[in-house]
Design a binder for this molecule. Structure first.
Ligand code: FE2
Length: 332
């Protein structure tokens, strides 16, 4: 019998450095990660600083993943890494580690798209077959579905990602990072809904104007943190639910899959579930560990592509910071 292929995947598109190990049957051996944070838990990410973080931690994360799996680099069959899209400085660290492993241990190498990896790990871990995918994270907010050989982007944010929106407001009102869970906690004590701008343009959404409006409302002192937290969730998530539902209707798809860090929000999950129930569709959510950026999803997509015939030379194993979801041919 042929050996079951084992893939080691490296994630380094942004603040997370992660390594996952999985085999072709979907058996998970390890999924280790560390996340760059500033001391005060605030401020944006400075690419050079995040890359420096990844350089400091990669050995440790790799060691932990291999220990957990009870493997050495000799026992893996291929290495994959996030090739696109992301912050160039950060992507480079993961690609370099992948190339080093591939060259030293003579393993095949496969570079994959981060957004599609979120989607494919969701399909592996749920019963979703052909879902509309709501990818809601810090930097990314997209509604994606398979159509004619590609994962098409049906709608997306026109400015900031929904996670950055939540974090920015949380920082503004001084409750720290990450904002989503803290705002959710506050929202449970809200007394009333405050009307906010609701910005859906066609199939796209925009959060910049709502953020400005929220900050003004908070600074006026007329509204409680709790009411604003509650209202911003209801408003921003309703926008995401609306475009997801429209994509499902347009494509005639009966499944919705949630992924990305913000997909861990209980309120967003609940709103999506209600929408799906009302249209006789299924709603699939993942455990937090697989919603956030992780190496396991990179390992899984690497395996899928390798098995379908993708081969890459070390020279081709570069980074593509700006490659979009809908520019990737889905051949697996
Ligand atoms: Fe992500």
């Amino acid at each position: 019998m042929d050996k079951t292929l084992i893939c080691l995947g490296i994630e380094s598109t942004a603040h997370t450095f992660g390594i996952g190990i999985i085999d072709e049957t979907g058996k998970i051996y390890a999924n280790e990660r560390t996340v760059f944070t500033t001391e005060a838990g605030e401020g944006g990410m400075i690419p050079a600083e995040v890359a420096e973080h990844h350089t400091q931690v990669f050995k440790d994360v790799l060691g932990k993943a291999l220990d957990k799996a009870g493997m050495t680099l000799d026992s893996i069959d291929l290495v994959s890494y996030s090739q696109s899209p992301g912050i160039g400085n950060c992507l480079r660290i993961g690609a370099m580690l992948a190339r080093t492993i591939a060259a030293t241990y003579e393993k095949p190498i496969v570079g994959v798209n981060h957004c599609i990896a979120h989607l494919e790990i969701g399909k592996l871990l749920t019963e979703a077959k052909d879902p509309v995918f709501l990818y809601a994270s810090g930097a990314n907010t997209q509604v994606v579905a398979y159509d004619g050989g590609r994962y098409r982007v049906f709608g997306e944010t026109l400015d900031i990602g929904v996670g950055n929106f939540l974090d920015s407001f949380a920082r503004h009102i001084g409750i720290g990072f990450p904002g989503g869970p803290k705002l959710y906690k506050l929202s449970l004590d809200a007394k009333s809904f405050v009307k906010l701008p609701y910005v859906v343009k066609g199939m796209d959404v925009s959060f910049g104007g709502i953020l400005t409006n929220l900050k003004q409302k908070f600074d006026s002192g007329k509204y409680s943190k709790e009411d604003l937290a509650y209202s911003l969730q209801e408003t921003a998530f309703a926008m995401l639910v609306e475009v997801s539902e429209r994509a499902m209707a347009h494509c005639g798809k009966k499944e919705l899959l949630l992924g990305g860090g913000v997909a861990s929000s209980k309120r967003l999950q609940e709103m999506c579930r209600v929408m799906c129930e009302e249209r006789g569709a299924k709603c699939y959510t993942l455990q937090n560990e697989f919603n956030v950026d992780n190496g396991l999803m990179i390992a899984w997509l690497g395996l899928l592509e390798y098995k379908a015939g993708k081969r890459m030379s070390l020279r081709e194993a570069d980074i593509k910071p700006y490659l979009r979801t809908d520019q990737v041919d889905v051949f697996w």
